[in-house]
Design a protein around this ligand. Sequence first.
Ligand SMILES: Nc1ncnc2c1ncn2[C@@H]1O[C@H](COP(=O)(O)OP(=O)(O)OP(=O)(O)O)[C@@H](O)[C@H]1O
Ligand SMILES: [Mg+2]
Length: 451
Amino acid sequence: MPEIKVEPVRRRVRISTHSHIRGLGLDEKGHALPVADGLVGQREAREAAGIIVQIVKSGKMSGRGILFVGPPGTGKTALAIAIARELGEDTPFVIMSGSEIYSSEKKKTEILMEALRRSLGVRVREKRLVYEGVVKDVKVRKIRHPMAPHLAIPREARIVLATKDEEVPLTVGEEITEQIIEMGIRKGDVIWIDAETGRVFREGKAKDYVEAKTYDVETKKLVETPKGPVKKEKEIVRTLTLHELDTIVASQRAMISFFGFTFEREIPPEVRRDVDEMVRKWIESNKGEIVPGVLFIDDAHMLDIEAFSFLTRAMESEFSPLIILATNRGVARIRGTDLESPHGIPLDLLDRLLIIPTKPYSPDEMREIIRIRAEEEDIKLGNETLEELVKLASETSLRYAVQLLEPASIIAGESGREEVTVEDVRRARQLFIDLSASVRYLKDYESKFLK
Ligand SMILES: Nc1ncnc2c1ncn2[C@@H]1O[C@H](COP(=O)(O)OP(=O)(O)OP(=O)(O)O)[C@@H](O)[C@H]1O
Ligand SMILES: [Mg+2]
């Protein structure tokens, strides 16, 4: 059975609490609809964001970035995600916090450089070597987690892929197995696996696969079972990020020089230069085009002077994503200096940023947002419960109220109820306290701890 080598899958984006957001919810004239695309209120900020999307689409954003300023829980992250959604399906979107640049293993600028290159896509048309077919069988083998023996982790999978003409059993490693589980791939799905990178793609469900369960409402596209061999060349249009290209090139070179050992990577600068050169050639020969994505840095006041000047330079360069910063701080010290400045950001960078404020929500708006979140998570709330959560959001924060939905629904489920009650919310609130309560809690105990 052939083994397929893979590169690690991209870091999973942490946007689960924003999964209800589909776009900016603007009409043709760019006016914000009261509730649309999962967004509620915050109309001026949404309209401003809509103008940014137009500027980016017309390619005129270079040398500039965006800064969202507003109190916690006013939708700064939500709006950044909405912008990325508006820019199109294959637009790369990278989300990080300013504090992530402080790591013991990598240099600050290396971390930022990688984030930048993850947020720049190249759309290419190319022939790839793939394994393609309808899934006839899939079995996952799990092993005990070495550090946590009570956990079973997927180790490898055996899949049988079939075309109209042949059937091939494959053994795939952890990375592919993880994707198979995450994508919920089942018998009857038509998939292809990139032989080189191990990325898995689902095309749909085989029309003529008899064993495949069919439901009255089928969400998957029905497709023909492929013909010919399972392993073949296929013309594919896809968007790769510059970081993915860096990784592929770097690991190929590492393999040549180290006989199959690949090392935990810090990408060498010459690899990046060569990748840039290659991409430039693709663009010139119309084989590829740049897809500028979005790099969103939350808590931007956590960045330091070195990081800020790196970002300022990045905005100027030939390939640059849309850089969106967000902060909830007013005047603050610029890290790495003794200087104070608005939002802790140096003036030369501030000069290049279009600033969009976000405002606190009214109770009506918070009610609507909590309602949408509950619907998104499939949680049933009575009116009274909804009001309790709105009250909670006003007293603590919207984010806290949104986060309590899930535990409250588990508490309801444990008592055999489908609908979440006011008591469930109060119980969840006792178990998981909000930020100001946790600070008070430690203050109360501090004197005891220090004695
Ligand atoms: N206008 C909106 N419409 C719909 N959902 C929203 C809106 N604003 C915020 N939300 C949701 O409310 C929650 C809190 O918002 P978000 O995390 O975006 O706030 P933030 O301004 O980034 O806060 P912080 O300063 O703490 O980072 C999230 O689940 C978000 O998706
Ligand atoms: Mg945020």
